[in-house]
Design a protein around this ligand. Structure first.
Ligand SMILES: *[C@@H]1O[C@H](CO)[C@@H](O)[C@H](O)[C@H]1NC(C)=O
Ligand SMILES: [Zn+2]
Ligand SMILES: [Zn+2]
Length: 296
């Protein structure tokens, strides 16, 4: 391409960004970057696909990294819930390999369907973004709904047949670490991912009011939640100390250790109300026996 042409019509991403900035002074820098990306790609399916996949990889591995570094620093050992079981680097690498394999083989093709599907159900991908209050209440709603979905489906995955067929793989690590968050069979990924991706899409099908950006922020929040819950670290500054109903690693770590109880993802209320918070199968049998004795 010759330079006279390049100077008159946009070619590089920054050409598009500058052009859009010039004519859309009302947009903020993120909105300009977003619009420039779609204009530069000239193919919305590809633009959304690449952005979604990159976002997932960067957030997932980026969020795991600080925990992997902490594992190597003895000072942080005091915050480790199961301090006697430290994941080795080769264990973490084996885990990362399977996670990557499933990202490239199972998730990638589905991410490609995301744009057509979002068009069909009316998700918006235009600028400006929705007001932040709209994003905030929608994300809060998705957290609550996903948690309910996760509680019941995860609990179902712990019935003997489904456990052996599907969920056993996720429980390979009885002392979890961040990377183990998405270590699961493809079937489990699809069942549980419906809570994260399907619920917002169903919400949009009814309300016609959802932006892909809101969806991204929600997924990022959900990824942070899942990785923190598997990190194996409980800090004095962990979120549940400030939001008592937040689950966190304090809630999920024991689930991996004992294979029972604490089935929800983000919040504590489902396990509290359904009586699945307190521990082992023998506790449960004991409680049932007591109830049976009372009823006689
Ligand atoms: C469930 O989570 C609570 C904290 O919310 C924890 O005290 C308890 O040990 C956990 N029990 C199981 C079985 O995971
Ligand atoms: Zn489980
Ligand atoms: Zn888990």
């Amino acid at each position: 391409m010759n330079s006279t042409f390049a100077s008159s019509s946009p070619v590089t991403y920054s050409d598009y960004f500058n052009d859009i900035s010039q004519y859309n002074v009302h947009l903020n820098v993120f909105e300009r970057a977003w619009a420039a990306w779609y204009a530069y790609m000239q193919n919305d399916v590809l633009a959304t696909g690449i952005m979604s996949f990159m976002m997932h990889e960067i957030v997932y591995f980026g969020r795991c990294l600080p925990f992997m570094i902490m594992d190597k620093i003895p000072y942080f050992r005091r915050y480790k819930i199961q301090g006697q079981k430290m994941p080795t680097l080769s264990e973490q690498w084996a885990c990362a390999k399977l996670v990557l394999l499933s990202h490239f083989t199972v998730e990638l093709p589905q991410i490609w369907l995301f744009h057509p599907m979002s068009q069909y159900f009316g998700l918006s991908s235009t600028v400006p973004f929705p007001h932040w209050t709209t994003m905030a209440w929608q994300i809060a709603l998705f957290f609550v709904l996903e948690d309910a979905w996760h509680y019941w489906l995860h609990r179902a995955l712990h019935t003997p047949r489904l456990y052996k067929m599907i969920h056993k793989l996720h429980h390979q690590y009885s002392a979890p670490f961040g990377l183990a968050a998405e270590y699961a069979s493809p079937l489990e990924t699809m069942i549980l991912a419906f809570g994260s991706v399907g619920i917002p899409i169903v919400f949009c099908a009814f309300t016609k009011n959802l932006h892909i950006m809101t969806m991204y922020l929600w997924i990022i929040g959900r990824l942070f939640q899942a990785i923190d819950a598997h990190s194996g670290y409980e800090f004095p500054w962990s979120l549940h100390h400030f939001l008592p109903f937040w689950a966190g690693a304090d809630h999920h770590d024991v689930h991996h250790e004992k294979f029972l109880g604490n089935y929800s993802s983000s919040f504590r209320w489902w396990d509290a109300v359904m009586g699945t918070e307190a521990g082992s199968a023998s506790d449960k049998k004991l409680r049932e026996k007591k109830v049976a004795v009372k009823e006689e």
